[in-house]
Design a protein around this ligand. Structure first.
Ligand SMILES: [Zn+2]
Length: 174
């Protein structure tokens, strides 16, 4: 399994290619999210996909100032990748880019009243000691209590594996 080379090493302003790993889209089930973990040399790429209900409790365009603020807070929290995902400390990884995509993050969010909507997040870390990269702790459950389960797929130097994370089991190892 290969991921495409990242076209940028500078944080913040860069456009990531469509992930080679993305493949099928996960089913939209409230309470459940998916996370694809790809390790390619010193680059750790996380593709997170979730119904917005897991993060916000709603999926329609925000109607009140309170809902607009909830969307902003959600995005701010996810953009702090290092606070949400903790790769093995010995691998000395740092987040180099975060990209969030969702209808609710458009300049003028539009969605029908009963439409479902997702959020896709791409998180890229650069690790100084990739040999020490053996696990990942996922801190999303504490920030987003509606999230009950994350189905994880790992593709790395030791092959592919799958795991299921929950508020009680927040660490995936490989
Ligand atoms: Zn939904």
């Amino acid at each position: 399994m290969k991921t495409s080379a990242l076209p940028c090493l500078l944080a913040a302003i860069c456009v990531l290619p469509l992930p080679a790993l993305a493949g099928r889209s996960a089913a939209h089930v409230h309470g459940v999210a998916s996370l694809q973990v790809a390790i390619d040399g010193g680059t750790l790429t996380l593709q997170f996909e979730t119904p917005l209900a897991n993060l916000l409790g709603f999926e329609h365009a925000p109607r009140s100032e309170k809902q607009k603020q909830a969307v902003r807070l959600m995005a701010d929290r996810l953009r702090q990748a290092g606070a949400v995902f903790t790769p093995s400390p010995a691998a000395r990884c740092s987040a180099i880019s975060v990209e969030l995509e969702s209808p609710l993050l458009q300049p003028s969010p539009q969605s029908g009243d009963d439409a479902h909507a997702d959020l896709d997040g791409s998180f890229v870390f650069r690790c100084q000691d990739p040999a020490a990269l053996r696990d990942l702790e996922v801190g999303l459950f504490a920030s987003f209590p509606r999230l009950q389960r994350i189905d994880v797929q790992v593709a790395g130097p030791r092959g592919q594996s799958a795991a299921r994370l929950s508020p009680q089991q927040r660490r995936v190892s490989w």
